[in-house]
Design a protein around this ligand. Sequence first.
Ligand code: DQA
Length: 137
Amino acid sequence: MKILILNGPNLNLLGKREPEVYGSKTFQEYFIELEEKYPTIELEYYQSNIEGEIIGKIQEVGFSYDGIVLNAAAYTHTSVGIGDAVKGVETPVIEVHISNTHKREDFRHVSYISSGAKGVILGFGLQSYDLAIQSFL
Ligand code: DQA
């Protein structure tokens, strides 16, 4: 089974960025934990701060991988293009967020991803990614 974890803008700063919201672990550290927990899954990780690169990656893997775990970060709330890419591919996409976006500012309550996603997991910290992987098993 091949699963891509795809992170959007500013998630390369996890560990340093607003630790009271996103925690103090880097995603690289967390990704190693996931690889150890799921040795039989081919897990791949990609992060980009650029909308078009995220769309390109969804298109690249979206007809061959078994799942995409997508945290589009701020683009969740703005990007029709990423939402359309999610709808346009065959691979099921689980939308994840580290924080509970519904507890935060109003602009974070809108998602252009959810309507095309297989499911949405949010508010469980980094564990949101693990729960998304489990949903594919
Ligand atoms: C986020 C929530 C978004 O609103 C925010 O812009 C992010 C991270 C989360 O994982 O909680 O960058 O997607």
